[in-house]
Design a protein around this ligand. Sequence first.
Ligand SMILES: Nc1nc2c(ncn2[C@@H]2O[C@H](COP(=O)(O)OP(=O)(O)OP(=O)(O)O)[C@@H](O)[C@H]2O)c(=O)[nH]1
Ligand SMILES: [Mg+2]
Length: 440
Amino acid sequence: MNGGRTFNLLQQWRIPPGQSLSGRRERLGYQILKGHFFPVKVWNCCSFRCCQELQSNVGDVVENSSAFGSDIALKIGTPGKPAQNHKSLGAFQMLPIVMPSIDILASAKRKARNVPPTRGIANLAKRERNKGAKQLDALMKELAVPLRQYTENFPNKQYLHPYERSLIELTLGDGNYEEVLRRVDSLRKKIVSIGKQQASLCAQSMSKREAEERLNEGLKKIEEVFHIGSNAVEDLLHVAKTLRAMPVVDLEKPTLCLVGAPNVGKSSLVRILSTGKPEVCNYPFTTRGILMGHIVLNYERFQVTDTPGLLMRHDEDRNNLERLTLAVLSHLPTAVLYVHDLSGECGTSPDDQFTTYKEMKERFSNHLWLDVVSKCDLLQVSPASNLQDDMEKYKSFGPEGAIRVSVKSEFGLPELKERVHGMLISQMAKIRNETNSKES
Ligand SMILES: Nc1nc2c(ncn2[C@@H]2O[C@H](COP(=O)(O)OP(=O)(O)OP(=O)(O)O)[C@@H](O)[C@H]2O)c(=O)[nH]1
Ligand SMILES: [Mg+2]
């Protein structure tokens, strides 16, 4: 093991709060996304392009609505269409498919070009200006309607389950979800405004030629406005992709959550215990998102989540990775498998691990809980147990009742699996009891 390197990396992570995560994340982002992790990034408010590393449903034109009619109401932040209630998960899987702006534009232009003049107009100038106004109106609607559908059908954050709300804030950055939707809506308003203006101008043309010129000019102007604001659509597309890629959690199914300091061997245990195959590396914060694996036991399917490591620090100093872990513990009914590394290899001292452990145990005392001391192949044979001090006991044995295991030598793994299965069965009974008492 490379203890020195681990220590240096850990020191890098003891950076002041709020500072952006290091370049390693940039390097890891793609792999993590492929491995079903969702990467975490505090987005720069004005540029969502940088979020590409993170991990069509264009509606029909409203036939009867006139381009000169009333504006389309903004539904963001209004209780117009709650995606679901606070108690269920799954909103990210129901997000509308966002079309790339280039496709929206191409489709709108094609449809607008095919709009004919109203039948029976004999006068050439009248017919041309009627056609021009109708085509400009059509282009405006074809662009505005999908944008309106996006702003209406992306759920209002306040209606989401608190876990999903936390995911939005921690992965996209606080306020950025709403900001992108606001920009999309602002683009829609600009399109409606320029569309009305150009169609009205065309409708006032005095000659066939003038109507043709105004039509071409109007189409160009609408396209220009759309083009200038189109990055809002691209950003919304990335928001949708990022949120849709997040692991799906079933609240009715028992879930085991692995928690502990960075680099203590959580992901190695997830690989042993479940179908999850998170990345394992000898540096802290290898795991940069929530990964779901499964355990099938007696035909029952259980969920396992790997989480980013927790350092000993105050909540306000925690990075977004640590906050994700806390969001899982706070909002999902999980059983905890807390991993302790007393080998001195992980980069967090046993003293610091003990402090964080005590805090978490107290804070999440309502969770079923199992302690495991990892990497026991690296531990000395236990000294005599006449130790009085809690900390000294912890350094030698871990918390009371902890199981000693080693992924390398496979020591303790059968016992761990048995205890984990037992805990998940208890978790299932707990969930059923809670559901029954809510129903009665
Ligand atoms: N000797 C030994 N090394 C282990 C054992 N379990 C894990 N390791 C090593 O410890 C290092 C960290 O393991 P991970 O499973 O990535 O640890 P983690 O807690 O998920 O780390 P983060 O995701 O960074 O928080 C890797 O180099 C593993 O090979 C073990 O039982 N014995
Ligand atoms: Mg990990």
